[in-house]
Design a protein around this ligand. Structure first.
Ligand code: ITT
Length: 200
């Protein structure tokens, strides 16, 4: 069986763990930017998830010389006009923590009723091979914002996001459940198909 090598182009250790667990048990050999020291800093100046994902994947794939995949993702809250969106990582300001972001979000939605707490996670995964575009795919997960932070699993906004059809937050659900229904899980499954098609 041919083993395909893919580099996961992310500087976020939590995302890396999730991406690695999503690709476990496949014939894809997974490397990360740690295997390619000196990766360039990529400024996320794009206005869309796709623009940022492509910018990261292109730059990292030039650096690694390999098939490289990058995810740009975030949370879109309907009543906040889809914010924080592409600013999800730095919603509460430069250098903020996940807890700061969640506190800001819960504060903004303090007096918002159940029906108006709709939100979705979006993940756009771009794939490049040594600077050459291979494909781009998207995954979404709909749900709502909880009234308080709950649970210890996952990362980022997981403690305040309740996926549709569940009562628990992503941070209260087992990792396997999140992977099955999440934006990143869906995008990664589609990305795997693109990678395999590119090799045909
Ligand atoms: P890289 O660009 O290096 O991959 P990053 O953390 O800067 O790392 P993004 O720009 O895509 O990545 O920002 C994504 C942010 O959106 C992330 O820091 C979380 O705050 C949030 N986020 C994305 N996916 C999430 C998930 O599955 N669960 C919770 N929060 C998530």
């Amino acid at each position: 069986m041919t083993v395909v090598t893919v580099v996961l182009g992310t500087q976020n250790p939590d995302k890396l763990k999730e991406l690695q667990s999503l690709l476990k048990g496949t014939s894809i050999q997974v490397l990360s930017l740690k295997d390619f020291p000196g990766a360039p800093e990529v400024e996320e100046t794009g206005k869309t998830f796709e623009a940022n994902a492509r910018k990261k994947a292109r730059a990292y794939s030039r650096h690694t010389g390999c098939l490289t995949l990058a995810d740009d993702s975030g949370l879109m809250v309907a009543i906040l006009n889809d914010k924080p969106g592409v600013y999800s990582a730095r919603f509460a300001g430069p250098g903020c923590s996940y807890a700061d972001n969640n506190a800001k979000l819960l504060r903004l939605l303090k007096n918002t009723s159940e029906a108006k707490r709709k939100a979705k996670f979006v993940s756009v995964v771009a794939i490049y091979s040594a600077g050459r575009f291979v494909g781009v795919v998207k995954g979404e997960c709909h749900g709502k914002i909880a009234h308080e932070s709950r649970g210890k699993n996952g990362f980022g906004y997981d403690p305040v996001f309740i996926p549709k059809g569940f009562k628990k937050t992503f941070a209260e659900l087992p990792r396997g459940v999140k992977n099955k229904i999440s934006h990143r899980g869906k995008a990664l499954r589609a990305a795997k198909m693109k990678v395999l098609q590119a090799l045909l």
